[in-house]
Design a protein. Structure first.
Length: 305
């Protein structure tokens, strides 16, 4: 059948103007989709962090409730010499400080009581780097594992340690521990411990008053700590990993960090002394590798538009 002029006209392609309009619309839609996708990715990471923070906290507390002990073999966030390991991210080193504590000189002295009370809750050994450099060809999260890192790491009995990562504290004046001044900078050696750290400790746990000096130890809940629970009815299969735009587990340490409260300045002299050490050292919370507690992870997973 012979086609009419009208039918022939209908078979013609799009005009250049029509094509430009379609291309422009597709570009706008694709940009919008990418923006939405990036938001979903960020929210998903924050949601995973909130779930992992809660899960790690719950698993550790369940283990304690059943066995009457906490897991053992935690990761030290400082080396034997007190330096921050090179594989820690800047956000981690800016969230904690190093507290030198000499080994016990006599029974029942300040350090001996700390060691005894940690032992009372099952914490006897710490995985600590003997060097602050990074072991080549070892994943950041396994830098504290003896089988992976060899001589660069050691499982050290807690009474032999002389350096501890602690939550920075700043009351109404510079704080001391057993008469020795608390560190004035964070693990990065640059960020100053300031009055804002008092507010920060109160955000992490309301029992940490923002105008009081606190002694709160920080240990990474790593590969070996999780495996120390094996053989029990409440074994932790694996230590969770934290991921964010600043924490890439392929490049930096990404374990969650447990905070153990050990003492509070009760008499207001800004010095945590022997009589002010807690009778029972207890887990007061789990924070992610950047130092954020679960409330902040949940808020980040549900941003306000």
């Amino acid at each position: 059948m012979k086609q009419t002029k009208f039918q022939k006209a209908k078979q013609k392609g799009f005009t250049l103007l029509e094509l430009l309009v379609v291309i422009t619309l597709l570009a706008i839609l694709s940009v919008g989709a990418l923006v939405a996708y990036e938001g979903v990715g960020d929210n998903a990471q924050a949601t995973a962090a909130a779930n992992n923070t809660s899960g790690a906290d719950r698993a550790i507390r369940n283990f304690k409730a059943v066995t009457l002990n906490y897991p053992d073999q935690w990761d030290s966030l400082v080396s034997t010499a007190g330096a921050a390991p090179a594989f820690l991210a800047a956000d981690t080193t800016a969230a904690f400080s190093n507290l030198p504590l000499a080994v016990s000189a006599a029974a029942n002295d300040f350090r001996d009581v700390i060691d005894t009370r940690f032992a009372d809750v099952g914490i006897n050994a710490i995985q600590i780097r003997t060097v602050a450099t990074t072991t080549a060809n070892v994943e950041p999260n396994l830098q504290h594992n003896e089988g992976a890192a060899g001589a660069d790491v050691a499982e050290t009995l807690l009474p032999a340690l002389t350096n501890f990562a602690v939550l920075p504290t700043f009351g109404t004046a510079a704080c001391s521990v057993n008469g020795a001044a608390m560190p004035v900078t964070k693990l990065d050696g640059v960020t100053a411990v300031a009055a804002a750290d008092g507010d920060r400790q109160n955000v992490i746990n309301d029992s940490l008053e923002n105008d009081e000096c606190q002694l709160v130890f920080a240990f990474g809940f790593g590969h070996d700590a999780a495996h120390s629970t094996q053989g029990t009815s409440v074994a932790v299969a694996s230590a969770p990993t934290f991921v964010s735009k600043d924490i890439n587990p392929a490049e930096t340490y990404g374990r969650y960090i447990a905070l153990f409260k050990a003492g509070t300045d009760e008499d207001g002299d800004n010095n945590v002394e022997l009589a002010e050490l807690d009778t029972n050292f207890r887990l007061i919370g789990i924070v992610d590798t950047e130092g954020h507690p679960i409330d902040e992870n949940i808020a980040a997973s549900n941003p306000v538009n």
